[in-house]
Design a protein around this ligand. Structure first.
Ligand code: PLP
Length: 332
């Protein structure tokens, strides 16, 4: 397997840090927690989508496209970073925003929504949950074609096999850093949404025989549905690379920390965001990494992770969304 066979743009000059979180570990009172700082990836304000976009945008450029089209929630980190990548490459960007929570799009909202405007989005289309979002992106692509332009459609979260290669590369990076630092892990914990991050990590870890279990903390879907989606994408990614795919037994996406639904705050998320900020000065986000850290803390309290073990938290970024949740987090 050679990842270098796939065209790739580079948006981060080097590996992201992988660092111990001793103050957080002491407060949680369980395993030794380490953090893989993918919140420090390149492009505007960083986060996991940057790794996927390195492969997706390279493909768009190879196809001679001039406009990136993608879809996400009103506070989508993926939309912000797709737009940021478009700017870097001299491309245009159009966004389709899905109101997963009815009425959640507010034209003047802060956070990522503000950044869409600051970064100069060409157009935003707002749709509702249940609408055919792919059809909407196809429609935009058709409109561009009629103007002599060429759109490149990136699926939600950048989560297809090509995008997941970004997290195959990340798994290799983690394995190399682990070896370099002489630090091994008993588990990896990561937020699991549109699946590209988690599936890519599963495929990449397997390909280098890095055998720590990778535990997804689901932010949206019931466990069985999410695990089926993860396995499907992992198989597609392994097929693209022509390597052995992970098995169903390798895939875990716990759903106890979703709470009432996608993007809806929970007490555990608020506690995790506050605790991580106040112990390590690391900013999580309310929708993904906050709920994922709540999962890590919860699993430690349940005794699933114990003292003497070492757990790596993959910080997938998202801190701009904090500014759209000030009412919830200010009370903390
Ligand atoms: C900050 C952040 N963390 C985690 C995720 C989940 O990653 P994935 O969609 O690859 O499962 C997302 C997805 O939008 C995200 O924005």
């Amino acid at each position: 397997m050679q990842l270098a066979r796939f065209p790739r743009r580079r948006y981060t000059p080097s590996f992201t840090p992988m660092e111990p979180a001793p103050n957080l570990s002491a407060v949680v009172g369980g395993p030794e927690i380490w953090i893989k700082r993918d919140d420090l990836l390149g492009l505007a304000a960083g986060g996991n989508k940057t790794r996927k976009l390195e492969f997706l945008v390279a493909d768009a450029l190879a196809q001679g496209c001039d406009t990136l089209i993608t879809v996400g929630a009103p506070q989508s980190n993926h939309c912000r970073l797709t737009l940021a990548a478009a700017n870097k490459e001299g491309l245009k960007c159009r966004l389709v925003l899905e109101q997963r929570v009815p009425g959640s799009y507010k034209v003047d909202a802060s956070g990522n929504n503000f950044l869409y405007k600051l970064l100069g989005v060409e157009a935003i289309t707002v749709k509702n949950a249940g609408d055919d979002l792919n059809a909407e992106m196809q429609k935009i692509s058709g409109e561009l074609e009629a103007q002599g332009r060429k759109g490149y459609i990136i699926p939600g979260g950048g989560s297809n096999a090509l995008g997941a290669l970004g997290y195959v590369a990340c798994a290799h990076e983690i394995a190399a850093q682990s070896f370099d630092l002489g630090v091994s892990f008993d588990a990896i914990v990561v937020a699991s949404g549109s699946c590209g991050t988690h599936s890519g990590l599963l495929v990449g870890a397997k390909s280098v025989h890095f055998d720590a279990p990778i535990i997804g903390i689901n932010v949206r879907r019931p466990r069985a549905e999410q695990e089926a989606n993860l396995l499907k994408l992992a198989v597609e990614t392994a097929t693209l690379l022509d390597i052995e795919a992970p098995k169903a037994r390798d895939v875990t996406a716990l759903d106890e920390w979703v709470g009432p639904g996608y993007s809806i705050p929970t007490d555990e998320m608020v506690e995790a965001v506050r605790m991580t900020a106040r112990t390590e000065s690391v900013l999580l986000d309310p929708v993904y990494s906050g709920k994922a850290m709540a999962g890590l803390i919860g699993l430690s309290r349940q005794g699933h992770f114990k003292r003497g073990q070492r757990v790596l938290f993959v910080h997938t970024g998202g801190s701009p969304a904090l500014y759209a949740y000030q009412d919830v987090l200010r009370q903390a």
